[in-house]
Design a protein around this ligand. Structure first.
Ligand SMILES: NC(=O)c1ccc[n+]([C@@H]2O[C@H](COP(=O)([O-])OP(=O)(O)OC[C@H]3O[C@@H](n4cnc5c(N)ncnc54)[C@H](O)[C@@H]3O)[C@@H](O)[C@H]2O)c1
Length: 256
């Protein structure tokens, strides 16, 4: 059997073909988990599986649009059938293509708002509904949702992104309080600016320099920062951490 802190565990990573999700899935596999990657970008998902396999890990890729209930159920139940159960889940998907159309509460077209809800929130609910009964069969489980510092702050633009990420934190807290006593933990990570390929594509050097000025730490985030936190939160080392929306942002948003 694989060694590492996730040895013997089965993990589903949804919306994890690229960026911080991919780095987290790679980390879980390198620490011993059998990983099932569900994403709409199968080319990238297959590439990630090759990378994991070359490093000695176990992973498979499955096509899954998180907005589609049948596809989500097939992904998560299929993972449990293939690997004998479900222990860990990272739900990371967001429709980041909506950004330019995501205006303020007056200007946003409702189709953009609805799609944002469908992927960033309802899709996470679908994953949750499929996963919890399987985790209950195991007697415990851990879920991490990728939220954002946007959930804790405000902006005059990207209305639906901020709203759906805030609601996602509420979903996470619901899962934590409803099923915590049954051994299921749920937490959300709230990244600040993480230099993933998607972000790099849309961020000019000027915007990046500006973003860095708002971070107390001397650099912006990298996907491996997220992988560190996701792996920890899904591990038994985090057994007493439940219902938290944890910022990982070099100190951009401080709470106390
Ligand atoms: N990069 C940042 O600065 C930043 C900051 C805060 C929060 N986040 C959040 O982190 C997550 C990942 O962002 P990223 O920067 O790594 O971008 P990314 O584009 O690399 O990751 C998004 C992933 O979700 C997948 N996806 C999109 N729609 C999907 C759908 N309908 N069904 C299944 N999968 C779908 C994409 O194919 C991709 O693999 C997102 O939830 C994003 O909101 C990112």
């Amino acid at each position: 059997m694989a060694s590492g802190k996730h040895a013997g565990k089965v993990a589903v990573c949804v919306g994890s073909a690229t960026g911080m999700g991919a780095e987290s899935a790679f980390r879980l596999a390198s620490e011993g988990a059998s990983v099932v990657i569900g994403d709409i970008n199968m080319a990238a998902a297959e590439k990630l599986v090759d990378r994991i396999s070359s490093a000695g890990g176990e992973a498979v890729a499955r096509a899954c649009d998180i907005a589609n209930e049948d596809a989500v159920n097939a992904l998560i139940h299929g993972a449990a059938r293939q690997f004998g159960g479900l222990d860990l889940m990272h739900v990371n998907a967001a429709d980041l293509s909506l950004g330019p159309k995501d205006g303020d509460a007056l200007s946003i077209d409702l189709a953009t708002f609805d799609r944002s809800v469908e992927v960033n929130l309802r899709g996470h609910l679908l994953c949750t509904r499929a996963a919890i009964p399987l985790m209950r069969e195991r007697g415990k489980g851990a879920i991490v949702y990728t939220s954002s510092d946007a959930a804790k702050t405000a902006a005059p633009f990207q209305f639906s992104y901020y709203v759906t990420k805030a609601a996602l934190n509420a979903l996470m807290r619901h899962v934590a309080i409803r099923w915590g006593a049954k051994g299921i933990r749920a937490n959300a990570i709230c990244p600040g600016v993480i230099l993933t390929e998607t972000v790099m594509r849309h961020m000019s050097d000027e915007v990046r320099t500006d973003a860095l000025k708002r971070v107390p730490s001397p650099r912006l985030g990298e996907p491996k920062d997220i992988a560190n936190l996701v792996s920890f939160l899904l591990s038994d080392e985090a057994d007493w951490i439940n219902g938290q929306a944890i910022s990982i942002d070099g100190g951009s948003v401080m709470h106390g």
